[in-house]
Design a protein around this ligand. Structure first.
Ligand code: PGA
Length: 261
C-alpha cells in the first residue's frame, strides 16, 4: 500500500458482508468509478471476506491494491486449520491486512479471540512479507467520571506498546493505526466519537506511538457513514477513515464517496 503523505485513506471493512459476489462486484465498481475521478487525494481499499479474495483479485487485476484482508494468521504456515498466512496473501498479490480489530480480539463474545501477543505476531508476519498493517486500537468505555476520564489513554497506550513491541523505524513506514473506540462501533453503538474525542485521541496516539509516531497515518473508525465522513476526514491529524456498515451497502457507499469528493 504505497500512499503519499497527504493522501487520506478510506478503508471499507466489509466484515461478514455482502451476502453474495454480485454485490461485492458492485461495490468495487462504485470504488473504481470514484477512483478515476480523484487522483492523489484519497486511497481507497476494501477489507473483503477471505472467500471473495481470489475472485475479486482476478476480476480487478489492475486495481488489486484496493483489496486487502480483514485478518491474518499469527502462524507462519503449516497445520493450522482455517488460517491464512501472510506469505500466502503476499504470493496472491495482497498488500495489506487489518489486525487487532475489536471483533477479532479476545472478549466475552469471542473467547478464542486474539490478545496483544497474537496481534504482535500477526504484525511481525506481515512485516516479514513486506506487507502493510492496519492496526486497530480503542477503548471499551470512555468514562465521564473526572477521576477516570483519562483511563482510555492508558488502555490505548498499553495496546500500542504490546502490539508494536520489537519493530524498528523502517517497519513503521508500513504501519497504519486505526483508532476504533469499541463503544462507537457497530449497530448497537449510540453514536460516533465526537470531533473533539477523535482529534484528542488521534493526537495522543501519534505522540505515544514512537518517536516517529507523527509520520504514522492514524485513521478513525466507528459509525462513520455517508453523513459524517467528510467532516471527520477534514479534522486535524485525521489521516483517513475505517468504515464498517456503510462500506458494504452499495447505496451508502456511493453516497459516502460522492459526499467526500
Ligand atoms: P461501523 O464499524 O462503521 O459499522 O461502526 C467500524 C469498524 O468496525 O471498523
Amino acid at each position: 500500500m504505497q500512499v503519499s503523505k497527504n493522501t487520506k485513506l478510506i478503508i471499507g471493512n466489509w466484515k461478514e458482508n455482502p451476502e453474495n459476489l454480485e454485490i461485492a462486484e458492485q461495490l468495487l465498481e462504485i470504488t473504481k468509478n470514484f477512483s478515476e475521478k480523484i487522483s492523489e487525494k484519497f486511497f481507497l481499499a476494501h477489507a473483503v471476506p477471505n472467500i471473495f479474495v481470489g475472485f475479486l483479485m482476478q476480476k480487478n487485476s489492475e486495481n488489486s491494491q484496493n483489496i486487502i484482508l480483514q485478518n491474518i494468521s499469527c502462524f507462519e504456515g503449516g497445520s493450522h486449520t482455517g488460517e491464512i498466512s501472510a506469505m500466502q496473501a503476499k504470493n496472491l498479490g495482497i498488500k495489506a491486512s487489518i489486525v487487532g480489530h475489536s471483533e477479532t480480539r479476545l472478549s466475552p463474545q469471542n473467547p478464542r479471540g486474539d490478545e496483544d501477543t497474537q496481534v504482535n505476531l500477526k504484525i511481525k508476519n506481515l512485516f516479514a512479507q513486506e506487507m502493510s498493517v492496519i492496526l486497530c486500537v480503542g477503548e471499551f468505555i470512555r468514562s465521564d467520571d473526572s477521576n477516570k476520564k483519562d483511563d482510555y489513554k492508558k488502555y490505548i497506550a498499553t495496546q500500542l506498546q504490546n502490539c508494536l513491541q520489537g519493530f524498528n523505524e523502517k517497519d513503521f513506514e508500513k504501519l497504519v493505526i486505526a483508532y476504533e473506540p469499541i463503544w462507537a462501533i457497530g449497530k448497537d453503538a449510540k453514536r460516533a466519537a465526537t470531533n473533539e474525542e477523535i482529534v484528542e485521541t488521534i493526537s495522543f496516539i501519534k505522540s505515544t506511538t514512537h518517536p516517529r509516531g507523527s509520520l504514522v497515518k492514524v485513521l478513525y473508525g466507528g459509525s462513520v457513514d455517508e453523513n459524517n465522513a467528510k467532516e471527520i476526514l477534514n479534522l486535524e491529524n485525521v489521516d483517513g477513515i475505517l468504515v464498517g456498515r456503510a462500506s458494504s451497502d452499495p447505496e451508502k457507499w456511493q453516497k459516502l464517496l460522492q459526499n467526500i469528493s
